[in-house]
Design a binder for this molecule. Structure first.
Ligand SMILES: Cc1ncc(C[n+]2csc(CCOP(=O)(O)OP(=O)(O)O)c2C)c(N)n1
Ligand SMILES: [Mg+2]
Length: 528
């Protein structure tokens, strides 16, 4: 669980991006803000401000919190703290917000008047037996089953059952980006991370399964692609398990069976019902081969002479990370390339802010991970863009002050490359505010490192890349490594719209990713 304590006014509004992120990705966090004296608050006067730096933060965060409250009686402090704590962790986790006026903070209270919150854990029974039976019978009929694991599996602490499950049943599975550290990437049933920025082979696997079951993912467009009606297009049976009934009301993706359940409970029941299941050898071979046929790291990327290719860097880093390491990404290429290419090992943590995806999240998140983790002897790695880093660059001072042994790898691609590519493709090469020639500059990061007394290295190309990364990881101190990347490197593969004969932009099928394959090749990967 996370906790954030901030001051009134801008302190509160500065949390809104964090609150949104926790809301979308279901992360339990208690936010507490200070407020002006209660008698100086606007209440329902319709004024804009009365107290110094006052803002009505509770109404601002109401739609993006599970519970939010200004505390106006000091005797209620205990009650609302405990209530907020239990709400943020229960059911589908998420953020809660308490706003506490200064007079309430400093009030003297008599102990016997303090109100306690009587936490009654709601006994939620999931009536799912019948639905589980249906899943079992459909699985029995299936020759090409696929299970899709999402963040809900982690949030419900289903890691142990997941391990047992895929040891016992030979069913291929894929993961979403918030769940890609749930199992090591070398697991024999692991089939990658499909999506709009997925792995081409994984997307083919989704499109060719005949039985599709998602557990603990809300199936956003980043996962299903923009043409969600055609997601898992050939599956004769599609089932979706989610704890949130609203997520099950998924409009685009058509589901045969919706199951409202906690992922852990669902998996335990399913586990107790199925005796044995091995998917066919043909299906396994297909899954293996189609991923091998379309590797994320291509020979062309490996052969890059002038720059560090982001995919080559991430694959090389994967070879050097160890069990228990923690890797955090920012946005842009550090986000997409890493989730496409990083091979996760046993007990590694791989964190990202997937739904809201705000630039600048990586550096402070890595500091949070450092304090949250007891694994202080393993590597703590932050992968960030040269643009995203600017958003929270002040956190280098926190790293310097606390001597946090964080290794920061900056993907220097000369600006906001993700945005530049969107402008090139969608706005006919009219680039604005995305690189030096269009109005955007960044400071010299070697000088930034020097100012913070943090060790620094610049890596310009693939020569000796592995050894250089290894020596940085061995260093016990904070380290900034700047990787000079191609300012025109392509983010591939990815889902982009095609233009039809009338010039209209239309979403493609899930397996039809950019760079587009010839029609025959696309067809040849489809099973009957
Ligand atoms: C706060 C915020 N503003 C804008 C965006 C939209 N956006 C996504 S990626 C990106 C470019 C990020 O630049 P950089 O960190 O250098 O990554 P690159 O794409 O260059 O690898 C932008 C502007 C965002 N995600 N967050
Ligand atoms: Mg950049």
């Amino acid at each position: 669980m996370g906790c954030s304590i901030v001051t009134t006014g801008p302190g509160g509004t500065n949390t809104v991006t964090g609150v949104s992120s926790a809301w979308i990705d279901s992360v339990p966090v208690i936010f507490i803000s200070g407020q002006v004296f209660y008698n100086q608050t606007i209440k329902n006067t319709k004024k804009r401000q009365i107290g110094v730096q006052e803002i009505n933060i509770i109404d601002l965060v109401k739609p993006i919190t599970k519970f939010s409250k200004m505390i106006i009686d000091a005797n209620d402090i205990n009650y609302y703290l405990e209530k907020a704590y239990s709400i943020c962790k229960s059911g589908r986790p998420g953020p809660v917000f308490l706003d506490i006026p200064a007079d309430i903070q400093s009030a003297l209270v008599e102990e016997k008047k303090i109100i306690k919150y009587k936490y009654k854990p709601k006994k939620v029974t999931f009536y799912i037996d019948e639905k589980i039976n249906k899943i079992c019978s459909e699985l029995k009929k299936s020759k090409k089953p696929l299970i899709h694991l999402g963040h809900g599996v982690k949030l419900s602490n289903a890691q142990a059952i997941i391990k047992k499950f895929f040891r016992k049943y030979k069913i291929p599975f894929v993961v979403t980006w918030n769940a890609d550290d749930i199992m090591p990437s070398n697991h024999n049933m692991y089939c990658g991370r499909p999506g709009a920025f997925g792995e081409r082979g994984s997307n083919f696997i989704v499109q060719n399964c005949d039985f599709y079951l998602s557990i603990g993912t809300r199936l956003p467009y980043m996962v299903t692609g923009y043409n969600a009606k055609r997601f898992a297009a050939k599956a004769k049976f599609r089932a979706m398990v989610d704890i949130d009934i609203n997520e099950l009301k998924n409009n685009d993706f058509k589901v045969n069976l919706k199951i409202k359940s906690d992922a852990n409970k669902f998996l335990e029941k399913l586990f107790s019902k199925i005796k044995k299941y091995d998917a066919s050898k043909n299906w396994h071979n297909y899954c293996l081969e189609v991923r091998k046929k379309y590797p994320i790291l291509t020979q062309e990327m490996i052969n890059e002479k002038k720059y560090v290719n982001s995919y080559y860097f991430v694959k090389t880093l994967s070879q050097l990370t160890k069990k228990n390491d923690t890797i955090i990404t920012d946005m842009g290429f550090s986000f997409t390339t890493s989730h496409q290419a990083l091979d996760v090992k046993e007990n590694q943590n791989f964190y990202t802010n997937s739904g809201h995806a705000p630039m600048g999240w990586g550096l402070p998140a890595a500091i949070g991970a450092y304090y949250a983790s007891k694994k202080i002897h393993s590597n703590l790695i932050c992968l960030t863009g040269d643009g995203g880093l600017q958003m929270n660059i002040q956190e280098f001072a926190t790293i310097m002050h606390n001597k946090i042994p964080l290794k920061v790898f900056i993907f220097n691609n000369g600006g906001y490359l993700t945005i530049k590519q969107t402008q090139v493709l969608g706005f006919n090469n009219r680039i604005m505010g995305a690189d030096k020639s269009s109005g955007l500059s960044f400071p010299d990061y070697s000088e930034i490192a020097k100012a913070h007394k943090i060790s620094y290295k610049k890596i310009k190309n693939h020569k000796n890349l592995k050894n250089q990364i290894q020596s940085i990881l061995k260093d016990k101190k904070p380290f900034i490594c700047e990787l000079m990347m191609n300012p025109n490197e392509e983010q591939i593969p990815k889902a982009i719209n095609r233009r039809d004969s009338s010039g209209k932009s239309v979403p493609t099928d899930f397996e039809d990713m950019y760079p587009f394959l010839p029609k025959d090749e696309l067809k040849s990967n489809n099973l009957e």
